[in-house]
Design a protein around this ligand. Structure first.
Ligand SMILES: Nc1ncnc2c1ncn2[C@@H]1O[C@H](COP(=O)(O)OP(=O)(O)O)[C@@H](O)[C@H]1O
Ligand SMILES: [Mg+2]
Length: 468
C-alpha cells in the first residue's frame, strides 16, 4: 500500500489535520534550518577565501625572487599545517611546503587532509585551497575547514536535539487534541446513527459545556432531535386520539350490522356484502384496539407492574396455543427451551410478543416450513429468538417494519395491520430489552436480549439493533 493510499484510509478529519500540520511544521522548520545553514556556510567560505587571497597578495608584493623564496621558507617553517598549508612549486628548484605532496590544482578547491602528506598526521581533515601564480612558480595556500565542519555539526545537533523532539511533542499533542475532537465527532455520529435506527430519545452526550464549532453542531443535533421527538409524540397522540374517538362509532356500526344480519332475510348477494362489511368493521375495530394498546405500552404505565416471570413457562403456553394453527398450515413449530429463564416483565405482554413474532413467521415466512422458538441463558442475560426460513426482511427495511402500520409491499395482501412489530418494539423498550432483526440466511431471525433480572427497569428506551 502506498503512502497516499494509507492516508486515504484515515477517515478521521482531526487526525488528518494533525498529520498535515505536523508535516507542514516539519517541512517549514527544515527549510528554515537549511537556508540558515547555507547562508552561514557561504559566509564562512567567503571569509576564508578572502583571507587566502590576502596571503597570496602579500607574497606577490615581494619583488626579488630570492627574497620571495626566503620569506616563503620562513613562512613554511612557522606555519602550523593543521591550520594552514603553504606549498610553493617553483618553475625550477625544490618545493617549499609544510604539507608534503600536493598535486597541481587550479583555482579554488577543497582538499582532503589525507590526500596530502605525509606530515605525521598533523594535517586537518580538509582545507579550502587556492592556487595562484606567484613569482616564478605556483603557490598553493589552504586553510582548514574546521570552522565550517564544526558549524555543520552544530546544525546537525540542533536538528536532532531541538527539531526532532519539538516535532515529536507537536505530533503527540496534535494526536491528543485530534483524539478528543474525534471522541466528540464519534458521539455525534453515534447519536445520529441511533436516531436513524429509530431511537428518537438518542442525544449527543457531553457537548453541553463547550462553545466551539463541534459543540455547536452537537447542540444543533440535540435541538433537532428534541423537535423531532416532540413531532413523533404529537403524531402518536393524533393516531391514538383518532383511534379513541372512532372506536365507539365503529362499535355502534358493528352492532347495527349484527342486528341487520340477524333481523332481515336478505338476498344472498346482499348477505355476502353484509358479511364483508362486518369483517371490515371487525378489522378496523382490532386496529384501533391495537393502536390504543400500543399507546398504553409506550406510555410506560406498565413499567411499575413488572415482576419476575419465567419466560420458559410463557413460551410453553404460547407454543401449545399456536401449535394447532401451525399444523393446520402444514408448518412445524419447534422450540428449544431450558428448564427455566427468569426475566423481569409483564407475563401478558411477553406472551403477546411471542405470539406476534411466531404468527409473523407463520404468515410472512411460511415458505420456510419451519418456525423455531429458542430461549437461551448466557450468564444473567436471557435471550429469546424466533426464526424462520422464509423470504426475510431486506436490511434497509428492518428499521421501518418496527414503525406503526408499516408493511412490506409484498405483504399488502396478507391479513394484518402493520402493528405487530411496533408492539414488539414497544414491549422491548418497556422491558429495556435489546431487539435485533437479523438475516437468518434465508429467513428472518428476531432476537430479544433481556437485561439481567437484578437490573433496575428504568425509563430509558432501548434502541433496536438492526443487523445488516
Ligand atoms: N418473519 C417475517 N418474514 C418476512 N417478513 C416479515 C416477517 N415478520 C414481519 N415481516 C414483514 O414486516 C411487516 C410488519 O410486520 P408486523 O408489524 O407484524 O405487521 P403485520 O404482520 O400486521 O403485517 C410485515 O407486513 C411483513 O412485511
Ligand atoms: Mg404481524
Amino acid at each position: 500500500m502506498t503512502l497516499p493510499d494509507r492516508f486515504d484510509r484515515i477517515r478521521s478529519t482531526p487526525l488528518r489535520l494533525t498529520i498535515i500540520l505536523t508535516l507542514i511544521f516539519a517541512v517549514a522548520a527544515l527549510g528554515c534550518f537549511t537556508t540558515a545553514y547555507g547562508v552561514v556556510r557561504a559566509n564562512l567560505n567567503a571569509a576564508i577565501l578572502s583571507d587566502l587571497r590576502q596571503t597570496v597578495a602579500t607574497f606577490r608584493q615581494e619583488g626579488e625572487p630570492d627574497e620571495l623564496l626566503e620569506r616563503l621558507t620562513e613562512a613554511v617553517r612557522v606555519t602550523d599545517p593543521s591550520y594552514r598549508i603553504l606549498h610553493y612549486l617553483p618553475d625550477s628548484g625544490p618545493v617549499i611546503s609544510n604539507a608534503g605532496d600536493i598535486a597541481p590544482i587550479s583555482g579554488t578547491v577543497t582538499l582532503a587532509g589525507d590526500s596530502l602528506g605525509p606530515t605525521d598526521g598533523a594535517l586537518a581533515e580538509s582545507y579550502l585551497a587556492l592556487s595562484a601564480r606567484v613569482g616564478a612558480g605556483q603557490l598553493i595556500v589552504g586553510q582548514s575547514r574546521r570552522a565550517i565542519i564544526e558549524m555543520s555539526e552544530i546544525f546537525a545537533a540542533v536538528v536532532l536535539m531541538g527539531l526532532l523532539p519539538a516535532m515529536l511533542i507537536a505530533g503527540l499533542a496534535g494526536l491528543w487534541i485530534a483524539r478528543r475532537a474525534q471522541d466528540r465527532i464519534g458521539a455525534i455520529q453515534d447519536a445520529l446513527g441511533a436516531m436513524t435506527g429509530g431511537d428518537s430519545t438518542a442525544r449527543v452526550r457531553g457537548i453541553a459545556a463547550g462553545n466551539d464549532d463541534l459543540s455547536g453542531i452537537g447542540q444543533a443535533v440535540n435541538a433537532m432531535a428534541t423537535a423531532q421527538e416532540a413531532l413523533i409524540v404529537t403524531l402518536r397522540q393524533v393516531s391514538t386520539d383518532i383511534a379513541h374517538d372512532l372506536r365507539t362509532p365503529i362499535q355502534r356500526v358493528s352492532v347495527l350490522l349484527d342486528r341487520m344480519a340477524r333481523g332481515a332475510d336478505l338476498p344472498p348477494a346482499q348477505k355476502t356484502l353484509l358479511l364483508q362489511a362486518q369483517d371490515e368493521t371487525t378489522r378496523i375495530g382490532r386496529t384501533f384496539q391495537a393502536l390504543l394498546q400500543l399507546a398504553q405500552v409506550e406510555g410506560g404505565a406498565a413499567r411499575d407492574r413488572l415482576v419476575p416471570v419465567d419466560l420458559v413457562g410463557v413460551a410453553r403456553d404460547v407454543v401449545e396455543f399456536l401449535d394447532v394453527d401451525a399444523e393446520t398450515q402444514g408448518l412445524s413449530l419447534t422450540a428449544a427451551l431450558p428448564a427455566s429463564a427468569t426475566v423481569t416483565g409483564d407475563r401478558q405482554l411477553l406472551s403477546q410478543v411471542m405470539v406476534n413474532l411466531i404468527q409473523n413467521a407463520m404468515l410472512h415466512g411460511a415458505e420456510g416450513q419451519t418456525v423455531h422458538l429458542a430461549i437461551a441463558t448466557c450468564g444473567p442475560v436471557v435471550t429469546l429468538t424466533v426464526s424462520d426460513h422464509g423470504p426475510g426482511i431486506p436490511a434497509d427495511e428492518r428499521a421501518k417494519v418496527l414503525r406503526r402500520l408499516y408493511r412490506l409491499d409484498r405483504s399488502r395482501t396478507t391479513p394484518g395491520n402493520g402493528l405487530g412489530l411496533a408492539m414488539v418494539k414497544a414491549v422491548c423498550d418497556l422491558h429495556r430489552a435489546r431487539l435485533t432483526l437479523e438475516d437468518n440466511a434465508p429467513g428472518l431471525s428476531v432476537r430479544i436480549a433481556f437485561p439481567p433480572v437484578s437490573a433496575d427497569v428504568g425509563t430509558t428506551a432501548q434502541r433496536p439493533h438492526l443487523a445488516q
